[in-house]
Design a protein around this ligand. Structure first.
Ligand SMILES: [Zn+2]
Length: 157
């Protein structure tokens, strides 16, 4: 599914890893998919990848795979991140000034508005609603881009 990102991405082609041993071909994209199925949480910040994993043998096996593909996995994650940001910007819905785009509420004394700008478009959002808004935008982007949704973020448990 990560292959669909190739068209979303500018610049050099994605590296998807090579053949591992005699067992068969496993790509970095496969490793990433397996990681998410095993409940491993992956975050990327710059070129720094952080992992959080459940204490299961399945997760442990995938961690070894991720280590083997570290440069490729880092590349894939940052490509995903860029695609997600592009998607969120491309689907940005402006809102009226002084009204929260997340909860629809007006100004609150101890919860200042944060203004979001994409090009000419603008939306106001409560500081306390921002994290929820981002999470929902990301969830929409994952679906739209066909990215495997991290296990811990799935709502259909
Ligand atoms: Zn709000």
């Amino acid at each position: 599914m990560i292959d669909s990102l190739r068209t979303q991405r500018e610049g050099d082609p994605l590296k998807t890893g090579g053949v591992v041993g005699v067992v068969g071909a496993v790509s970095a994209a496969d490793a990433l998919k397996l990681a998410r199925r095993a409940g491993i949480r992956l975050d990327i910040n710059g070129d720094q990848v952080s992992l959080e994993w459940p204490d299961t043998s399945a997760a442990q096996a995938v961690i070894d795979l991720l280590r083997r593909f570290k440069p490729e996995v880092t590349e894939l994650l940052s490509a995903e991140r860029r695609a997600i940001v592009m998607w969120i910007n491309g689907n940005f819905r402006p809102g009226p000034t002084g009204r929260c785009v997340q909860c629809g509420g007006g100004g609150r004394q101890h919860d200042p508005f944060v203004s979001l700008f994409v090009g000419e478009d603008r939306a106001d959002i409560h500081a306390s609603c921002h994290a929820k808004w981002i999470a929902e935008q990301e969830a929409e982007a994952w679906v739209a881009l066909g990215i495997e949704i991290p296990k811990e973020r799935r709502t259909d448990k």
